[in-house]
Write a protein that binds this ligand. Structure first.
Ligand code: ATP
Length: 383
């Protein structure tokens, strides 16, 4: 299939979830502001944003726990306006993954089926299947207080999956776990989603978590969607200062677009560098208008001090370099972050991987250094 027909075939996939111009107000407070969004079957989708941006409200409208003030929520093409929560083909795993304390793991997992009147024999088989899925088959007879946090989390997952929903909703699923377990569970969640093949929609404020697990992410801000894309789209091509800053860490400077040709743009950015920043491609915005320049710390390089500025890849001499003094070094194990203070007082963060066990000794506090970046590193933003 050529690229065009692959693209058009993709766009023909019927979304499993559609939000159409959805608004949710609590009194005069607009929590969700005219959101339209399609999610395809089989996606691991993340709603990501800072506290209060409306992501949980959006998820709760999908589950039926909140009613939209305006707009439509469709699941598998059906308008959910008149469908109660327990009749929707979705199931939700809550942040606290509440389990019944007086029931064994197996009883907890099978509870929903029992309420639905499924015969005991079928319940037993399906409970065992669901527990195997989350690798808890051996703990079916345990009580919840005999489980670790990660195991309780898996019980909650099994309980949600046993009803074979079309969509699994996860509200901050890993937030109650410690850092090490969170990382392990990220991998497990992603494996689980691939195994069961159903659509997972996760709400999180943790950008590392969203980047690590989700196939697509909607970044939310003030009730709306700021940007929608794959993790690498959002990280490498943020469309606004908000997204650039929210996803990962970034150095941000004000500048002015001085020249814009198809194969070269120049941005005056005296805050960062004495010579204009050079890009080997055109830039958004109008010549002589203000722009923002965002550069990730790992896309900047450190060089030992010398009389001449270091040469920079795909860039004319003297452009895309500045000089400063290392004010602080944060050693993080796999990388070190260098806080370099420029002559005007601004700090630039440069991160370097510690590939050798002795890398961290290469630069010291108070050392004068050059900082450089290639022409393809800066992202130019208009807002
Ligand atoms: P968090 O990560 O802190 O949970 P969130 O992005 O999930 O934040 P929501 O819980 O969706 O945000 O809340 C969005 C806004 O709506 C917030 O300002 C919140 O205070 C408000 N809000 C949510 N639920 C209600 C409610 N039942 N009544 C009034 N205001 C509400």
């Amino acid at each position: 299939m050529d690229v065009m027909s692959e693209k058009s075939a993709k766009s023909l996939v019927k979304p499993i979830i559609s939000f159409r111009n959805v608004v949710k107000k609590f009194g005069s407070m607009v929590a969700v502001d005219n959101v339209s969004l399609d999610i395809e079957p089989g996606e691991f989708f993340a709603l990501l944003g800072p506290s209060g941006c409306g992501k949980t409200t959006l998820l709760r409208m999908l589950a039926g726990f909140e009613v939209p003030t305006d707009g439509q929520v469709l699941i598998d093409g059906q308008d959910m306006g008149a469908t109660s929560p327990n009749q929707r083909p979705v199931n939700m795993v809550f942040q606290s993954y509440a389990v019944f304390p007086h029931m064994t793991v197996a009883k907890n997992v099978g509870y929903g089926l029992k309420i639905d009147g499924v015969p005991a024999q079928d319940i037993e088989t399906r409970v065992q299947e669901a527990l195997e899925l989350v690798q808890l088959g051996h703990l079916a007879g345990r009580m919840p207080d005999q489980l670790s946090g990660g195991q309780r989390q898996r019980v909650a997952l099994a309980r949600a999956l046993i009803k074979k929903p079309k969509v699994l909703l996860l509200d901050e699923p890993l937030s109650a776990l410690d850092a090490k377990l969170r990382e392990a569970m990220r991998f497990e969640l992603s494996q689980l989603q691939q195994k069961v093949g159903i659509t997972f929609i996760m709400v999180t404020h943790d950008q590392d978590e969203a980047l690590a697990i989700a196939s697509r992410i909607a970044v939310m801000h003030k009730g709306g969607i700021s940007q929608l894309g794959t993790p690498s789209d959002l990280y490498e091509f943020p469309a606004s200062r908000f997204v650039a800053d929210f996803i990962g860490s970034v150095n941000m400077f004000e500048g002015t677009l001085l020249k814009d040709e198809p194969d070269e743009a120049l941005i005056g950015c005296p805050e960062l560098a004495p010579h204009a920043i050079h890009l080997p491609h055109s830039a958004p915005g109008n010549v002589n208008a203000p722009v923002w320049v965002a550069i990730r710390p790992e896309k900047m390089n450190l060089h030992k001090n010398s009389d001449e500025p270091p040469p920079v890849r795909d860039c004319p001499a003297a452009h895309n370099v500045c000089k400063g003094v290392i004010k602080e070094i944060s050693y993080l194990g796999d990388t070190s972050i260098f806080h370099v203070q420029l002559a005007n007082g601004r700090l630039v963060r440069v991160s370097r991987p510690n590939r050798s066990r002795y890398d961290q000794d290469n630069y010291g506090w108070g050392e004068t250094v050059w900082v450089s970046w290639s022409g393809s590193s800066p992202v130019v933003l208009l807002s």
